[in-house]
Design a protein. Structure first.
Length: 83
């Protein structure tokens, strides 16, 4: 028998070093991709931080702390709605 034609126990020919069939192909972001993503996210981030800082004028520290700590929950729920 030829050593290159090793059969596995189940009888199939398989090369253990060829894992590319099982891994998803990865996409590497270019500089342009980063700039486009930044341009989309930055205005939302700026507005949310501005709104938070402006709200400090009208809320107590306790209310502000509660809102900040539940922000990730609101983000998650929003993501579920948009999905």
């Amino acid at each position: 028998e030829n050593e290159d034609d090793e059969d596995d126990e189940d009888g199939s020919d398989r090369d253990d070093n060829d894992s590319s069939q099982h891994e998803p192909q990865r996409y590497h972001w270019t500089e342009r991709d980063h700039v486009i993503a930044s341009a989309k996210i930055a205005p939302i981030w700026f507005i949310s931080n501005y709104a938070y800082n402006a709200s400090l004028r009208y809320t107590s520290i306790t209310s502000s702390t509660v809102l900040v700590n539940t922000g990730s929950l609101f983000t998650f729920l929003f993501a579920l709605l948009v999905k």
